[in-house]
Write a protein of this length. Sequence first.
Length: 521
Amino acid sequence: MGGNFVYTPAAGIELESGENQLLSVVFNPTETTRYNQASATAEINVLKADPVITWNDPVAIPHGTLLSGTQLNAAADVAGNFVYNPQVGVQLGVGNGQSLNVTFTPDDDNFNSAVDSATIDVLPNQAPGFSASDPPTIQEDAGAQTVAGFISGFDAGAGESALQSVLTYAVSSIGHPGMFTTLPAVSNAGVLTYEIAADVFGESTFELAVQDDGGTDSGGVDTSTTQTFTITITGVNDAPGFDIGGPVEVLEDSGVQTVVGFATDFVPGQYEDGTWPGSQLMHDEGPNGAVDPLSTDNNNPTPLGSTQPGSNLVSGHVANAFVSGDMDVFTFTVESGFQWSGMYVDSYAYPNGPTGDNAAFLAINTGTSFPYNANDFANNPNVDYNSFLGGTIFGTSDVGGSNILPRAGNVTGSGFSGPLGAGTYTIYIQQTGPASTYTLDFEVTSVARQVVSSYEVSSVSVPSLFASGPSIDANGELTFTPAADTFGTSTFQVRVLDDGGTANGGAVSYTHLTLPTSDLV
């Protein structure tokens, strides 16, 4: 039959969530004369809806990053409240695939609460870095130096600029440390400080690395790669010195006079003769040679590395002759531009008593091995002393004494006069008696050194006594010719000029005291 339905609630009404909600309908028939109005009811359960949460996995973060809205940024299709675990402000440990969780509570009670999760990678500490350049060149005798802004930039590592700071700057491998009274150091603020010793000049390199405070957990890297920097000290020529001979007496009308060696003992300014300040301990075997023993294999010496200008100390112990350990064999390298100019015995002793002995045998060879061992020297009649460079005995009588390197060049071996140039040398030490300890000082100097440019004569008190001169050549030879039929005494002054120049205010001359020079009889 025809009619219409009237629903309560009407179509299009959104019901609240809940159970057993009443739906009612009234039917109004078209033919009211034949049919009565009718009604009916029904119940409906309206379930809560599930909200839709959107949350993508955040990008990886460096260790030390505090969780924030950048990572905890879930969104829902309805209004509500998000509760995260872990919360904003939490610092996660290092690791990949760490869970982030959220519970969403809708403001509208018609929606269910919902949970979701994401994963995040927390990266270990990334290596820091820094920017710097060589400090400004300074002059000899400039003293203490402070270089503000030496570090021009610090990089804590990828993404870590706001997380970490400098823990320390570490200076290492300082070249020629004897050039300094205070070694180079860099503060956390990036300030370089050092103090140079008096009269030194040249270049010194050092290595520098920065360490941040991010730690090394789970493979983190808290230290940068090293960078090398150079401190340059410009030399200021120091006045040289010399000696002159005593008064010269000649006869009247004696003609041209030559005095060989009148000016002698030329001495350049401090460290301008190739010498160098400072020393380094290259090796110490320790008591009885037990701490860090040197090799006893003549074919496989202990490599001690490069010498430095100045003193290079080696302390060792050799056991009783012809027992295990009665040799020490080691090598060192003299770098280009330098020379091995001296060998001194700083100490020599017998821990168990000398029993009449007073020396050990030392030999020198070029290269990285020595051709013979103790048994060869004792039993091999075919030892070829020209197969190695030189050798000598040394012992108690040499302690605190003169340079024994020239003696090693003259006593045995193929021979040399010294100093020895750049290269690698093997030192072979053999005990021929009871066990002994020693400390040897291998002196290395610069090849470059100043020499006499000229001697100048001035202030001749009685120039009429001379037909020519007096003058002194660069070898210190005095020449003059007395004037005919004259006699008397004349003095003059002598000064020496070196070849170091006067750049930066350097001095090149030294005037000797006025001395009587010629008695003409």
